[in-house]
Write a protein that binds this ligand. Structure first.
Ligand code: HEM
Length: 140
């Protein structure tokens, strides 16, 4: 089990690194001057590679190793059900970031940089704290 849990946590860290960094790229993208085509195309490439090359594979592997821990080692309890509920919210946030990335890729962004500064912290940070607390403390 130690290697499964290690891989679960390593991919979780990679996933969260992307969940925090992609909105930061959106802040720079929303602030970019319209005539800075080179800068805008560079941001589009970085966003696409981060989302499809790192975040999505890390999300799939975090969940795969989590399910392996859950079903392979007989974990159960209210904490796990609450955790799974929060993971669903996390997956919805991940998919929403993918939608925003595609809007930027088609130059259809409708939000200012302040909006992206907010989603840079909320909801990833409270979700991270809540999920880790549930699995470490197992309060119920
Ligand atoms: C479907 C998704 C997931 C499932 C089924 C799942 C399930 C599990 C299980 C059964 C354990 C072992 C608990 C133990 O050893 O006491 C575990 C450990 C852990 N999970 Fe997940 N997990 C999932 C997603 C996540 C996510 C998204 C995070 C991100 C915050 C996360 C963070 C952790 C951490 C930090 C541990 C280690 C806890 C410890 O060693 O005490 N898990 N997970």
């Amino acid at each position: 089990m130690p290697i499964v849990k290690t891989l679960h946590i390593v991919f979780m860290v990679s996933w969260f690194a992307g969940l925090f960094y992609l909105p930061r790229l959106f802040v720079y993208h929303a602030m970019a001057a319209a005539d800075d085509r080179i800068g805008i195309e560079r941001l589009k490439t970085m966003e696409r590679k981060l989302y499809y090359g790192i975040m999505t594979p890390a999300a799939v592997l975090t969940i795969a190793f989590g399910v392996w821990l859950w079903l392979g080692y007989g974990f159960s309890g209210g904490w796990l059900h609450a955790k799974l509920g929060l993971v669903l919210v996390l997956v919805a946030f991940h998919l929403y970031l993918g939608h925003l990335m595609r809007e930027f890729a088609h130059d259809r962004n409708r939000h200012g940089h302040v909006f992206y500064r907010w989603i840079n912290e909320i909801p990833a940070l409270p979700l991270l704290v809540a999920i880790v607390w549930l699995v470490v403390a197992k309060p119920f």
